[in-house]
Design a protein around this ligand. Structure first.
Ligand SMILES: C[S@@+](CC[C@H](N)C(=O)[O-])C[C@H]1O[C@@H](n2cnc3c(N)ncnc32)[C@H](O)[C@@H]1O
Length: 281
């Protein structure tokens, strides 16, 4: 192990022991790049010099964690995914009197507001409870506010239309000079909460889980761990939606799910018990 690798190992262990944030299973190359970027912003020379401020200064740690993760997101990201959700998953959800949804790794919240809009338009919002989680308090705070720069609205509107939106996107926010403030009614049934998929436990009995563009930053072992968490959090026949570059196909859980729409990474948990292979992906 060279010195840089050793310093990274010590840093990750310090964060894990002190705060319970465990990055040891994140894909190492991109994690190293982001640690070095964070280091450059502090003006410190060596990675190991980050350890004291991380251990003794919670604000420093919070900012460092926020910088370690990629938060890129947008409204109706991959519009064809949202179209598929409307067409293939929503009809199934309509058969239930009450629906529980977990949107994991929401970043600044655009994904969960997109989902809330779909549920509203499909007449499902009032009987839904959406748990919207991320492990970064910094992004969760922005998500709770639901206020976004107006220069993103053009792209969001395009995505919304492409996703099969049934009204005008402008109905969901009001704009002042610089910000689009999303309708408070969209938040009514959303519970925003800090949850770490690596270390925290199951969310029970979900009908649908969205975890998009998060697992791409995890190594294979950690992905397996999180897929198991999702399996345990879903009802039989519940749906799991991943990001466009993510797949269940090489994971230990693959035989417990069916790919409903492979292209849009929409999977359904089999009704059967874990490990019993009724069909394969
Ligand atoms: C690239 S964003 C994805 C946002 C959104 N799901 C989308 O697809 O546009 C990844 C988010 O995952 C969060 N994240 C990373 N590791 C996590 C973990 N272990 N537990 C919870 N959230 C995590 C990050 O804080 C970040 O906000």
């Amino acid at each position: 192990m060279d010195n840089e690798e050793l310093e990274i190992t010590l840093l990750l262990e310090a964060m894990q022991s002190r705060y319970g944030y465990d990055f040891r299973g994140y894909a190492r190359a991109s994690l190293t790049r982001r640690i070095k970027k964070g280091l450059a912003e502090t003006g410190l020379q060596r990675i190991s010099e980050l350890i004291p401020p991380i251990l003794y200064d919670r604000d420093f740690f919070n900012k460092f964690v926020a910088n370690l993760s990629v938060h890129v997101t947008e409204m109706f990201r991959d519009p064809l995914f949202f179209k598929a959700l409307r067409e293939e998953v929503i009809p199934y959800l309509k058969t239930f009197p009450f629906i529980k949804i977990w949107s994991a790794g929401i970043s600044t919240g655009e994904e969960v507001y997109s989902l809330a809009i779909v549920l509203k338009e499909e007449g499902l919002y009032e009987k839904s409870r959406i748990y919207a989680t991320d492990f970064s308090d910094t992004v969760l705070e922005k998500a709770r506010k639901g206020i976004y720069p107006t220069d993103l609205i053009k792209k969001s509107t395009k995505n919304y239309q492409k996703s099969g939106g049934s009204t005008s996107f402008g109905n969901y926010y009001h704009a002042d000079y610089e910000s689009a403030i999303f309708d408070r009614a969209l938040k009514k049934n959303i519970v925003f909460a800090n949850h770490n998929m690596v270390t925290d436990s199951v969310f029970g009995e979900m009908h649908l889980i969205l975890c998009r563009n998060v697992l791409i930053y995890f190594d294979a072992n950690l992905q397996n761990h999180v897929f198991q968490l999702f399996f345990d959090s879903l009802r039989p026949n519940g749906f799991l939606c991943l990001g466009s570059k993510e797949t269940l196909e090489y994971s230990k859980e693959k035989d417990n799910f069916v790919a409903v729409i492979k292209r849009q990474k929409i999977y359904q948990k089999k009704k059967t018990h874990r490990g019993y292979h009724a069909e394969s992906l």
